[in-house]
Design a protein around this ligand. Structure first.
Ligand SMILES: Cc1cc2nc3c(=O)[nH]c(=O)nc-3n(C[C@H](O)[C@H](O)[C@H](O)COP(=O)(O)OP(=O)(O)OC[C@H]3O[C@@H](n4cnc5c(N)ncnc54)[C@H](O)[C@@H]3O)c2cc1C
Length: 480
C-alpha cells in the first residue's frame, strides 16, 4: 500500500487536512475505532473566531494573556488572523452555526474572553455537528478500527506508518504523514476524552527522538460530573458558567470569589485549583448550579447536557449537579511549525491536539482548540500541495514486539491512578518522583507495545513537570 499522504486521526484536524487535499492525491485517513470516537465529537461549547478584523488584536491579547507569557506570538497571530477565513469556509461549504430569529450568527462568551466571539452549533453539540459535517465533506478513503503502532522513518524522512488492523500488523507507505491523533486523556483516571485518546503517537515520537514540547502543560476542566461508571466523564461546558451558572458548596455559597475576583469567569486552571482546594480544605461537596436559567431556554441552549443529566437523574436547570475537576486538554505535544511541519523529519506533520504549535502557551483560552485544529490542518494541507512530493524509499519490516502482555490491563489502570494522584492539578516534587519511579518500573517489566507507548508519554509529562520547578499557567507545583 502506497499513498501520497496518510493522515493519522479523523477528528477536526485530520478531517480538515483531508478536505484541503485534492482527490488527485492518493490520501488515506486512519482512525483507531469508530470514526466518531474522538474528542472533536464530544466538543460542546464552540469554536472561537475573531468577531471581526477589529477584534483580532483583542483575541490575540486574550490568548497571550491566558498563555501566561509562554505562547508563540507568531502562531497566535496566525491563528487569529486566519480564524474568520476558516469559519467562512465552513459556512460556504454549508455548515450551520446557531443563529437568532433574524438569521444572525449567535456568538457566546467563555471564561477569560473579553467579548462574545464563540460560535456554536446544535446548542451544546458543536463538536458532534461539526464532525458529522466534516465526515460528509471528506473526499478520501478512511481505514477505521486501525491503530498506528509505529512511524516508518529512515534518514530523517517519514515514509509511512505501521498499523494493526484486523489483528494483523501491516506497513502503509506514504510520502507524507500527518499526525492528527489528539491528546493523552486515557493516561488519567478522571478525564473527559474519547476512549481512543491515549498519547500513542507521542510515545512513538519519543522513541524516534522527535522533539515534544510543553509536555507538563495538561489542562483540567473544573466542572465535570465524574460519578458515572464510564472512563469518559461528563463535561459541563464552560459556556454554562459564561452564561450564568454558579459554582456553589452544600450551603449555596459561591466560594470561588475567595480565590479570584472573576469568580466563575476566572480561567479554568484557577477555577479547577480552587474547587480542588476548597473540597480538600472543607470536605464539602461542590456543585454547579444552573437555577438562574429559565427552563425552556436551558433545554434549547444546552439540549445534550439537559438530556444526559436527566438520564442520570438530575433535573436541570433547577437541580444542582455535583462536580469535580478532571483531565481535559493536552496543551503540550509534538513540536510543529506554522505549517504543521515537524522540524527534524521530512514528510512528517503534526496538527490539532497532538501538536504543540505554541498557541496555548501555559494555558489554553477556552474554545481556541477547535480553531487551532482548523487553521493548522489547512496550512499543512496547503504546504503539502505546494511543495513537490518526495518519493520515499526505505526498507522497513513489521515490528516483532508483542502488542499486549499478560497484566497490561492492571498496569494501565495503575498508571491512570498514579497520573491522577501525582501528576494532576496540584503537583509536588516528591509526588512526581514517586510517579516517575512507578512508571520506570513498569517500563522495565515485560509489557506490550501499546502500554509501552502510554508509559513513555506519561514519563515525558512527568519529566516535563519535574523540570519546571515554578508554577505557571496550568502547571501548579508546590515546593516539598
Ligand atoms: C468533552 C470535550 C469538550 C470540548 N469542548 C471544546 C469546545 O467547546 N471548544 C474547543 O475548541 N475545544 C473543545 N474541546 C477540545 C477539542 O475538542 C479537541 O482539542 C479537538 O477536538 C481535538 O481535535 P483533533 O482532531 O486534534 O483530535 P481528536 O478529535 O481527538 O481526534 C483524534 C483522532 O486520532 C485517532 N487516533 C488516536 N490514536 C491513534 C492511533 N494510535 N492510531 C490511529 N488513530 C489514532 C482517533 O481515533 C481520532 O480519530 C473539548 C474536548 C472534550 C473532550
Amino acid at each position: 500500500m502506497r499513498y501520497d499522504v496518510v493522515i493519522i486521526g479523523s477528528g477536526i484536524a485530520g478531517l480538515y487536512a483531508a478536505i484541503g487535499l485534492p482527490k488527485t492525491l492518493k490520501v488515506l485517513l486512519i482512525n483507531k475505532s469508530y470514526p466518531w470516537e474522538c474528542n472533536t465529537y464530544y466538543a460542546q461549547g464552540g469554536v472561537t473566531t475573531a468577531y471581526n478584523d477589529d477584534d483580532i488584536p483583542l483575541h490575540i491579547h486574550d490568548t497571550l494573556d491566558a498563555g501566561a507569557g509562554m505562547c508563540n506570538p507568531d502562531a497566535v497571530r496566525l491563528m487569529s488572523e486566519n480564524s474568520q477565513a476558516v469559519i467562512r469556509d465552513l459556512i460556504e461549504r454549508g455548515f450551520s452555526f446557531d443563529k437568532d430569529d433574524e438569521n444572525n450568527l449567535l456568538y457566546t462568551k467563555e471564561a477569560a474572553h473579553s467579548r462574545s466571539r464563540i460560535l456554536h452549533a446544535g446548542g451544546d453539540a458543536t463538536g458532534r455537528h461539526l464532525h458529522f459535517f466534516l465526515l460528509g465533506q471528506n473526499p478520501h478513503p478512511m481505514l477505521s478500527d486501525t491503530t498506528v503502532v509505529d512511524l516508518l522513518i529512515e534518514n530523517d524522512q517519514c515514509c509511512g506508518v505501521e498499523v494493526v488492523t484486523d489483528g494483523k500488523r501491516r506497513l502503509i507507505h506514504a510520502d507524507n504523514v500527518i499526525i492528527a491523533s489528539g491528546g493523552v486523556g486515557s493516561l488519567y483516571e478522571y478525564h473527559t476524552n474519547a476512549s481512543t485518546i491515549s498519547g500513542d503517537l507521542h510515545g512513538i515520537c519519543i522513541e524516534k527522538g522527535i522533539v515534544l514540547e510543553s509536555m507538563e502543560m495538561t489542562q483540567f476542566h473544573p466542572t465535570v460530573f465524574v460519578a458515572n461508571n464510564w472512563a469518559r466523564k461528563l463535561l459541563l461546558t464552560e459556556a454554562l458558567r459564561g452564561e450564568g451558572a454558579h459554582v456553589v458548596d452544600d450551603n449555596g455559597y459561591r466560594f470561588l470569589f475567595e480565590y479570584d475576583q472573576r469568580g466563575e469567569l476566572a480561567p479554568r486552571d484557577i477555577v479547577s485549583r480552587a474547587i480542588f482546594d476548597y473540597k480538600k480544605r472543607t470536605s464539602k461537596q461542590v456543585y454547579l448550579s444552573c437555577e438562574d436559567f429559565e427552563s425552556e431556554y436551558f433545554k434549547e441552549r444546552f439540549p445534550n447536557i439537559y438530556k444526559s443529566l436527566l438520564d442520570l437523574g438530575f433535573h436541570l436547570p433547577k437541580e444542582r449537579v455535583p462536580i469535580s475537576p478532571a483531565f481535559h486538554y493536552f496543551i503540550g505535544g509534538i513540536k510543529s511549525d506554522l505549517d504543521g511541519k515537524v522540524p527534524q523529519i521530512k514528510g512528517l506533520f503534526a496538527v490539532g491536539e497532538a501538536a504543540c504549535t505554541g498557541v496555548h502557551g501555559a494555558n489554553r483560552l477556552a474554545s481556541n482548540s477547535l480553531l487551532e485544529g482548523l487553521v493548522f490542518a489547512k496550512r499543512s494541507a496547503e504546504y503539502i500541495q505546494h511543495h513537490s512530493l518526495r518519493h520515499c524509499i526505505g526498507e522497513f519490516r513489521e515490528g516483532t514486539e508483542p502488542l499486549e502482555c499478560f497484566g497490561d490491563k492492571e498496569k494501565k489502570d495503575a498508571l491512570r491512578h498514579i497520573m491522577w494522584d501525582n501528576v494532576s492539578i496540584v503537583r509536588t516534587t516528591e509526588g512526581l518522583q514517586e510517579a516517575k519511579k512507578a512508571v520506570e518500573i513498569m517500563l522495565n517489566d515485560e509489557i506490550g507495545r501499546l502500554l509501552k507507548l502510554r508509559l513513555l508519554s506519561a514519563k515525558a509529562i512527568i519529566d516535563g513537570a519535574l523540570n519546571r520547578s515554578e508554577s505557571i499557567g496550568v502547571h501548579y507545583i508546590i515546593a516539598d
